[in-house]
Write a protein that binds this ligand. Structure first.
Ligand code: ADP
Ligand code: MG
Length: 681
């Protein structure tokens, strides 16, 4: 295949300069990369169903004969309705089009057609509105491609037909034959042909399995090689472990899990010839901040500086406050640097970092700005909910001389996935919550019961508690979300919650404004905090006891679990109310999983089982290269790809052998987009 990557997309018929630009926006600048642009989904026209068997909510294909064409009806200015009756030989359905004069002329003559769309059923009447129509020779599985505004799926399909025809009889397969055989994978050319134009469902499945396997394998090879590359640099070895002196500073005794994580980190930094590179994974509330503080303490007492980067101003300031308190009489100095600070406020911080007066700096992205320099940065910590990309982490790391690296993640990820996503990191897991934590009772209700839920919130507030309401997400659009949140608050005023002190927190607010509102909420001056986005996860207000989430089905399970983690932080019993009108069985099942357990790892496993790894790879928040096919797939054996990667690297760690040339090529290609290729050459 590599040679097809040298043929520009303009060489295909019907693609001129202008259209080529559109293809480039989709990442397809050559015939080779076009072939790697996989369909987003498929329309299955291959097996038409009977009208009576049509699925409730999914589109389907129905084959039948036009029986009758009604006269066109003008229903509104410029709107004409065309209506037909058709039969599949057993039952009858109405087919309706708006303004499609051409389709009308075609169908009016009668004959047999395929109709693809959603079948609506009302009593014993059936109807399809604006279905796609084709002659019976289109009885195949059709690809649907991701689209840019100006490029239709059909146009991509036309180009793809030509590209597939250019595939050599046996394409150069990056997966070596022995691996293909061992894991029963089809060949590359079969996979490419059938991922675009499947012969049948079985061939599509085979193609997809093989491509998912390939993509995961290449991801793992790349990650493993990044890890290998990074470990070759020498590290700042710590001389002494100060944790026994540190623990008494904490207002509580650390859990065993916290102690274990701390000693794993310090062990790395004292004994390993390479810099530490470790992921601390701990459920919400498992006490990751204390782990970070303990590790910083020892690094500082060994003469180094530490930087802790948080994804939002609020989180940075929260960390800053807790570390200031913790270290107040210890001789360790803590500083803060965020984008919201004025230049005049930042300047002395820059100075103090450069001359070593600040031992631990907490901040946001502001930490990677050019003006920041350290005297001796020995430890970089990122506190993230998968928010920092590989590149951002790297920018902070570059401010030190191979500093130790610690990544804290609050999203519990099943171990198999964690190793894959953070394959270049070692892993410590905080699998134990501090004692005395109460279970947050979680309920799933439909919107008709919202009024009763409000009554419940009222009681809680009357008892002195505070509540969060996460607003209906409109879509991935901050402006629309904001409008809907403002309307929500207006509506709330007309309910029995109308008399309480309510405030809105949203993503577009200035940092200072957010800070003011969060501060007021923390001080108990606000009863109900309505929030549009989830950017403020991580906030800690122990007096809040109810988290209510509208449109809960729009959130990932792990995200909901994060939101739920905002309550149950104090001594009072806490509750999470999920509101959703979702009908699908799988959707309800998913939300019920959350009601059943408070264990983030179990939830993550459940999410993985129900939705496959696509969610993790599809979210693009992990800073990994974009995965093109994994996000479409259901479960493929992650373990298999792990074993295969290990097998390959054991025999050929640098992928220099001839049989691995294709893999080396694809690995470089995948990682070229995250700027990590130097280590992969
Ligand atoms: P997260 O892991 O979600 O970042 P935090 O570090 O914010 O958790 O800790 C959550 C809360 O638990 C904080 O109020 C913290 O003081 C408290 N905490 C942490 N560790 C312990 C412990 N071992 N015993 C009691 N409370 C603890
Ligand atoms: Mg935290």
């Amino acid at each position: 295949m590599p040679s097809l990557f040298k043929i520009p997309i303009e060489n295909l018929n019907g693609i001129g300069k202008k259209r080529a630009e559109l293809f480039k926006k989709l990442g397809a600048d050559t015939v080779g990369s076009l072939l790697r642009l996989y369909p987003r989904t498929y329309e299955d026209w291959s097996e038409p169903v009977r009208i009576i068997d049509a699925p409730q909510n999914d589109p389907c294909c129905i084959k039948g004969v036009i029986e009758r064409a009604y006269p066109p009806a003008r229903i509104r200015n410029k709107m004409t309705l065309f209506k037909f009756d058709m039969t599949d030989g057993y039952d009858r359905m109405t087919v309706t089009f708006f303004n499609q004069q051409y389709t009308y002329e075609k169908l009016r003559g009668g004959g047999e057609y395929l109709f693809y769309g959603h079948l609506k059923r009302q009593f014993s009447k059936y109807e399809m509105v604006s279905p796609a129509v084709a002659k019976p020779d289109r009885m195949k599985i059709h690809p649907v491609y991701p689209q840019t505004a100006a490029l239709t799926s059909k146009q991509i399909e036309k180009a793809m037909e030509q590209a597939v025809a250019m595939l050599p009889e046996t394409a150069n397969d990056p997966i070596p034959p022995e691996i293909r055989e061992q894991y029963h994978l089809c060949s590359l050319d079969f996979a490419i042909r059938n991922i675009h134009f499947p012969e049948n469902n079985d061939a599509l499945l085979k193609a997809r399995n093989r491509l998912v396997f390939e993509e995961l394998l290449i991801l793992q090879l790349g990650m493993a090689r990044l890890k290998g590359g990074r470990q070759r640099t020498a590290s700042h070895k710590l001389q002494k472990d100060f944790t026994e002196e540190f623990y008494p500073l904490l207002p509580f005794s650390p859990t065993n899990a916290q102690k274990r994580a701390v000693s794993e980190c310090i062990g790395d930094m004292m004994n390993c010839p390479y810099p530490m590179n470790r992921l601390i994974q701990g459920d919400v509330g498992s006490g990751k901040t204390a782990v970070a503080a303990a590790v910083c303490d020892t690094v500082v007492r060994n003469g180094g500086q530490c930087a802790l980067m948080a994804p939002t101003e609020i989180l940075a300031e929260q960390h800053y406050r807790s570390l200031c308190e913790l270290f107040q009489n210890s001789g360790i100095t803590v500083g803060l640097l965020t984008g919201a600070m004025t230049a005049a406020k930042k300047r002395p911080v820059y100075e103090a970092l450069k001359n070593g007066e600040i031992d631990i700096i907490i901040g946001t992205h502001a930490l990677i700005s050019e003006s920041v320099a350290f005297q001796c940065l020995n430890l970089v910590i990122t506190d993230e909910q998968h928010r920092f990309g590989v590149a951002q982490r790297a920018a902070l790391i570059a401010k030190g001389d191979s500093p130790h690296i610690m990544v804290m993640s609050a999203t519990p990820i099943p171990r198999t996935l964690a190793l894959m996503i953070f394959g270049d990191l070692d892993l410590s897991v905080l699998d134990e919550l501090p004692p005395g934590r109460q279970k947050v009772d979680t309920f799933l209700i439909d919107s008709q019961k919202r009024g009763r839920a409000y009554g419940f919130l009222k009681k809680q507030i009357d008892n002195g508690s505070q509540c969060y309401i996460v607003c209906p997400l409109v879509e991935q659009n901050e402006t629309l979300d904001l409008v809907s949140a403002e309307e929500y608050i207006e509506d709330l005023k007309r309910t029995e919650l109308g008399a309480y002190r309510t405030a809105l927190l949203h993503g577009k607010m200035k940092a200072a404004e957010k800070e003011r509102i969060m501060g007021a909420f923390a001080k108990g001056e606000i009863d109900i905090l309505v929030s549009t986005t989830v950017i403020e996860v991580g906030v800690n207000v122990p007096n809040a006891t109810v988290m209510m989430v509208e449109n809960a089905e729009r959130f990932g399970l792990s995200q909901l679990h994060q939101l739920r983690g905002r309550v149950g932080r104090g001594t009072a019993k806490s509750y999470c109310i999920l509101i959703s009108d979702i009908q699908s069985k799988a959707g309800i099942e998913r939300l019920r999983a959350l009601c059943r357990t408070n264990d983030g790892f179990q939830i993550a496993d459940e999410d993985l089982r129900l939705r496959g790894p696509g969610d993790f790879f599809g979210s693009r928040q992990h800073g990994l290269p974009e995965m093109k096919i994994v996000s479409l797939s259901s479960m493929v054996s992650l373990e298999d790809t792990q074993t295969a990667a290990r097998q390959i690297l054991d025999s050929d760690p640098l992928l220099t052998e001839k049989r691995h040339r294709g893999l080396a090529f694809e690995t470089r290609r995948l990682f070229s987009k995250v700027g990590s290729t130097e280590q992969l050459q």
